[in-house]
Every structure is written in structure tokens, then in C-alpha cells.
Design a protein around this ligand. Sequence first.
Ligand code: SF4
Length: 225
Amino acid sequence: MKIGGFNKLTTQDFPGNLACIIFTNGCNFDCSYCYNRDLVDNKAEEISEEEIFSYLNQRKKMLDGVVISGGEPTIWNDLIPFMEKVKELGLKIKLDTNGYRPDVLKEIIDKNLVDYIAMDIKTLFNEYYKIINKKIDTDKLIESIKLIKASKVDHEFRTTIIKGFHTVEDLDKIVDVIDGSPYYLQNFRMEDTVNDKKLFGFTEEELNEIKEHFKNKPSVTVRYV
Ligand code: SF4
């Protein structure tokens, strides 16, 4: 597994837990709005597993867990052995994923290697190609959603919302698919690393309108930043 980023401490990324985050290189999607191009394009300088485990061994009593993000972690065949090693230290794991490897997710869930899963749902399934710039088998995404929902693992689904791509009607349909699971709408923000400079997020006023639209759906949360 190629690791291209490592934040030693976060209170924000693993709900209720003090954690570190590792970012794996590489991805099976190619999203126009991706902030992590250096990871996706395999340009991020590699950080060794030895370095990560040296830190985890020193700090395992202080940390609650490890977030594994990317890129897309599930593309790596040695993700599961890596997670097993983290678990042997008594640490919890949160996995961020785009959901395109349900086979890997199933094994991870079956082996009790994960404590929290955050899965991106980019948009309506028939429109995925517009955001990820690839034609994919969207049945795999549906399979992952079903697996996650059927598991006892804490989880959330989330969509980065982009003006001109996402309408409230689209979001209503996604809310129906995930059927009561926690769902976060994260506003797109432009970064230097984003390839498509023509993308926009929603204004605060528009976000307020989206929030108002979902006021009777407590599972839906609008994140402004
Ligand atoms: S799935 Fe995530 S990491 Fe991969 S290209 Fe899209 S935004 Fe970037």
C-alpha cells in the first residue's frame, strides 16, 4: 500500500475520537473536483509503513483510532493486512471510501476491521460519469451501500455538492436510496489543487435553502465548509 500523506492528530475526522489520518495514493475514480490530485496521480511522496507504525506504537495510548483515507484505500491489496496490524494495537479504524470495491468492503466488515465507514455518493448513479470522468458499473456502488447499511458498523454517506451538478431533487433521490442513514452534504470549495476551475459551490443563502428543504429529515446535515 502506498501512503502519500499522514496527519498525526485530528479531532475532526473520526466522530468522537482522537485520531491520526493516513492518506493512500491512487484512486479508481478521477473526479473533477478532487482536492487530492497529488495522491490520485501517485505524485505524493511515499511515507513508509514503518514510520506510521513507529508513531502508532508510541502514541497508541493517547490515540483512539486511525482514519484511512485517500485517494481510495480499497484499491490496495494489502489494505486488509494493514488494518489488521492497526487493530492489533487496540486502535479503532475509520475508513473513507468511494464504495467501488464492495468485495473489499465485505471482507473488512466480515473481519471486524472497521469501526466507522464514510462512503461518498458522488451524485445520481446515472450521472456518475459526469463527475468521476469514467464509465463505471454503478451496481457496485449500490452493493456497497447495502453492505454498509446491513452491517452493524457506524457509518455515514456524504456528497460534495456542486452548483450546476446537484439539485435538491437529485439529493432527495439519494436520501431515498440511503433510507435514513446519516447523510452529509458538503459544499464544494475551490482549492489550488482542483483540476476543473469552472466549478462552484453554493452560496450561504443557497445552502440555507437546501437546509430548509431537508428540515424534516433529521438524518440529513448540511456542512457549510
Ligand atoms: S474518489 Fe475521492 S480521491 Fe478519488 S478522485 Fe474522487 S475525490 Fe479524488
